[in-house]
Design a protein. Structure first.
Length: 574
């Protein structure tokens, strides 16, 4: 290899570093899983965050906030597709009224903003339900501290919210009639913050005993399908699953007090719901019909209130030991994908599994599900979002390193094949505990996650976020067209893994045919490897770099083709 005199080496290094700074200056998301993006690090604790897409590849996040001592308020923040914070540092106040506000839930308003609902204690012992709309610029749209959805004499809590398709929302909640009897109610609020149905809402179910855990999904025509757990048949703590549909005018559509989804023996709990794309829904739940071996079941209900699959549901997983903490998302083809926490490998070694079920109620992947992570220790709290191509991105809390809890993620395609490295891509490996994940799509096959984070103090939580793209690279934003191999631009991605030992992958895309050169340089500008040097047609590619003969250190890789060149840094740790 020809030696380069030191002054020229330094010049080459300066050029490489300058090129690196130019090509990455626009990126705001961190590519380092120990860094991530802070959403709020205000005093005291921030937690119980939820999030929704902003319609442009970013997200709006809302949370409970204790920055004012001895009170809990609701705040929100927007972060765009590139990872830039869009609103005031540490968030916009949604409600800072007296007493506490908790359990915020959020939906898109369809025009770049969001509607947020929460449980509110401003009126004393009788909790109420309030809501607020915020636009894409971070300006609240309705009255200060929110519009009252229900402020009756009884206690209301655990709100759920869905879009009404007209920049308003339908909100459902648990209404405590007596100490031992809860009912389900709902209310619609329009885009201007005006209630549309009867004062204090429409009764969805007022059957004897208790109804709890309401969840809802849009019916696609301005109404909603609402599900809940119900004690009417089994008695105290023996829960079944029921559902009801309500139209845009607030008129109940199915049998009074709801249609049974599952009334099998023993409790069914934690129902989750997604649209089936045909004015009905697919519902999943935790099922204890096999007393000592809780499983995951699912059922589809039509828009007319008729269950479509086997009586009491189709088994999603009946593996040994416990399956729990399930989440569900539409597969975009009238079916669903379900992820859950699974203890088939032992109660001290929970894992993450997933399954797809089609519109006919037939499971599509391996019996009892496909494993996304079977690492040592505990993997828990899965969250799931569609990847836009009939697959999904799943994120979870991971305790494979016993001192801390970290955040990992995996993508699975439509036929049940995992797309990223075995046992998942690390999203956050910061010190302390990261937990309580929320997730949305990045609109390009990847996802954005947020979580509560104790890296800054063991006493209080902050909120952090991170994007991961369709290739499993954190912090690299892709155009959706690149992922479909319709390449509209030249792209050089960050290598993965990074740091690496001894090999790594480099992905790139070219928008026109041409001679491609991809080479690796050391810190003083010497070329140590040529990975590609040939003519290639437009498309997306991946190159492998094996550094088995090299020493630890910083290296640079450079892509040149046509009039395009870009350089990125990578780290070899031996």
């Amino acid at each position: 290899m020809k030696h380069i005199h030191l002054p020229f080496r330094l010049l080459m290094l300066s050029v490489l570093v300058w090129q690196l700074s130019i090509t990455t200056a626009h990126a705001q998301w961190s590519t380092d899983p120990s860094v991530n993006t802070p959403i709020t690090t205000a005093a005291n604790g921030q937690y119980w965050q939820t999030m929704v897409t902003d319609g442009a590849g970013g997200t709006i996040i809302t949370w409970q906030d204790s920055r004012i001592v001895n009170t809990i308020d609701i705040y929100a923040q927007r972060i765009n597709a590139e990872g830039m914070i869009m609103w005031m540092t540490d968030g916009i106040p949604i409600c800072t009224d007296t007493m506490n506000q908790s359990e915020p839930k959020i939906i898109s308003d369809g025009v770049g903003g969001a509607i947020i609902t929460w449980t509110d204690y401003r009126n004393g012992l009788n909790n109420d339900i309030y809501a607020q709309r915020i636009n894409s610029s971070g300006v609240v749209q309705w009255q200060t501290n929110g519009v009252p959805i229900h402020t009756g004499v009884r206690t209301q809590w655990w709100p759920a919210i869905v879009s009404d398709g007209e920049s308003g929302a339908i909100i459902t909640w648990e209404d405590v009639d007596t100490f031992d009897s809860e009912d389900i109610y709902a209310q619609r609020i329009d885009s201007a913050g005006v209630l549309q149905w009867a004062t204090d809402g429409i009764p969805i179910c007022t059957e004897s005993a208790g109804q709890e855990q309401p969840a809802a999904v849009s019916d696609g025509v301005g109404g909603a399908i609402i599900i809940w757990t119900d004690e009417r048949t089994g008695g105290n703590n023996i829960w079944d699953i029921y559902a009801q549909r309500i139209n845009a005018a607030g008129v109940i559509q199915w049998t009074m007090n709801g249609v049974p989804i599952c009334t099998a023996e023993n409790p069914q709990s934690n129902p989750a719901i997604v649209t089936n794309g045909s004015n009905g829904a697919i519902i999943a739940w935790a099922d204890q019909r096999n007393v000592n071996d809780p499983d995951i079941y699912a059922q589809q209900i039509s828009g007319t209130g008729i269950t479509q699959w086997a009586v009491d549901g189709v088994v999603i997983s009946s593996a040994t030991n416990l399956q729990t903490n399930h989440r569900i998302v539409s597969d975009g083809e009238n079916g669903a994908i379900i992820a859950w926490e699974d203890l088939r490998n032992g109660y001290l070694n929970s894992d993450i599994y997933t399954q797809r079920i089609n519109a006919s109620g037939l499971v599509q992947w391996d019996v009892d599900g496909v494993s996304l992570c079977t690492e040592v220790q505990l993997q828990s709290e899965p969250m799931i979002v569609s990847d836009g191509t009939s697959g999904a991105v799943v994120s979870w809390r991971d305790d494979r390193l016993p001192i801390n809890s970290d955040i990992y993620a995996q993508r699975i395609n439509s036929v049940g094949v995992v797309q990223w490295i075995a046992n998942g891509v690390v999203i956050s490996s910061a010190t302390g505990y990261q937990t309580q994940i929320a997730i949305v799509s990045d609109d390009a096959g990847g996802a954005i996650m947020s979580w509560r984070d104790e890296r800054n103090t063991a006493s209080f939580w902050d909120i952090y976020a991170q994007q991961v793209n369709a290739n499993g690279n954190p912090g690299i934003v892709l155009n959706a067209a690149v992922e479909s191999n319709i390449v509209l631009d030249f792209v050089l991605l960050q290598n993965y893994p990074n740091p690496f030992n001894p090999s790594t992958s480099i992905k790139y895309s070219i928008s026109v045919d041409g001679i491609v050169n991809l080479s690796v340089y050391n810190l003083i500008g010497e070329k140590v490897a040529t990975l590609v040097n040939e003519e290639k047609p437009a498309g997306s590619y991946e190159a492998k770099f094996d550094a088995a003969d090299l020493s630890s250190g910083i290296y640079f890789y450079k892509l040149q083709t046509n009039n395009f060149f870009e350089t990125k840094k990578m780290i070899l740790l031996r």
